[in-house]
Write a protein of this length. Structure first.
Length: 198
């Protein structure tokens, strides 16, 4: 059912997709889409699709500049409204994701999870989730992962509906987009905080 709904949404939102694609192309450049391998249900690797939201700016050594220097005003708006996530509807149609579930994180995190937190891969990852309505990127990794496990233990249709409605409200209020002092969510690295592109 979710795959059918996602397909219908893509058709309904096609004018929005076209408009955003043009704006990303003009403001940020090509490629228009950002794709990256992420682990899904049962740790199966799939390719996550989002709108690109960062410039490819590098220093003299060829290293990418810090995230905050590669974000444009349009990029920040794209992220604040979560419109960069719209292409992930394609992932739902393909069966890689659901509307609600733990957010798909980086493949390199897989060996870093505790046994408890590995359970986040017992279900399909989601475009939004319980952690997203309870702090989004502004909370610690420990709390974020604990919220994912709570969702898995308590998931239901009514909970999913509540999360979707709460997500819309959070997006409209632009709450919890980033951690203080960071343009993006710091990397999960055994308790050490680094920066991540997306």
């Amino acid at each position: 059912m979710q795959r059918i709904i996602a397909f219908l949404l893509i058709i309904f939102l096609l004018p929005v997709f076209i408009m955003l694609s043009i704006l990303v192309w003009v403001s940020i450049g090509r490629p228009i889409f950002f794709s990256q391998e992420r682990p899904g249900k049962s740790e199966r690797i799939f390719t996550l699709i989002k709108y690109r939201s960062m410039l490819d700016m590098r220093d003299k050594s060829g290293l990418l500049l810090p995230d905050e220097k590669r974000l444009t005003k349009f990029s920040k708006l794209l992220r604040a409204t979560s419109l960069d996530e719209l292409p992930s509807l394609i992932n739902i149609v393909k069966g890689d994701m659901a509307f609600v579930g733990p957010r798909p994180l980086l493949v390199e995190y897989l060996p870093l999870y505790s046994k408890k937190h590995k359970r986040r891969h017992d279900v399909l990852p989601g475009i939004t989730g319980h952690a997203q309505i309870n702090g989004r990127n502004s909370i610690s990794w420990e709390k974020r992962l604990d919220l994912d496990i709570w969702y898995i233990d308590n998931r239901s249709f009514l909970l999913d509906l509540k999360i979707i409605l709460s997500t819309i409200i959070k997006v409209l209020k632009s709450e919890g987009i980033n951690q203080e002092g960071s343009a993006t969510m710091p990397l999960f690295n055994g308790g050490r905080q680094k920066r991540n592109e997306n």
